[in-house]
Write a protein that binds this ligand. Sequence first.
Ligand code: RB5
Length: 145
Amino acid sequence: MIAIGSDHAGYQYKEQIKDLLDGLKIPFKDVGPNSTESTDYPDWAHKVAQCITSGECDRGILVCGTGIGMAIVANKHKGVRAAACESVTAARLARQHNDANVLAIGGRIAGWETVIDIVKTFFSTSFDGGRHERRIQKIHSLTNL
Ligand code: RB5
């Protein structure tokens, strides 16, 4: 299950990504918002991250203006590895090397056709494991500094 959330800057893409996920038969939970009214991105990023830390969802999608603010917020949560991806290559490597479990997208950055490819790539690419497993463990062993 994928948790998806946005702020006002990402709302339109959030709705379009939901249609895309429907088409791909990937189940999701929309944490909001329900309109383009101005809102604060940390509120929604925390909600998506909490869906993951609670075990309710195993992946997340965040959409704000850049993807950056929401990724910063989500990465405060232990066990969340959010990657702001502006390209298909970034999405592929975020999965292969970083085992990213949250995809953050910038509604003011990437064109819709690119977003489609980013989402498809992120959710169809596996973690490479191997040497990257050790590095992932080191991320979380230092989380409480
Ligand atoms: C909202 O204007 C914008 O700051 C937000 O969507 C996001 O880009 C922050 O990182």
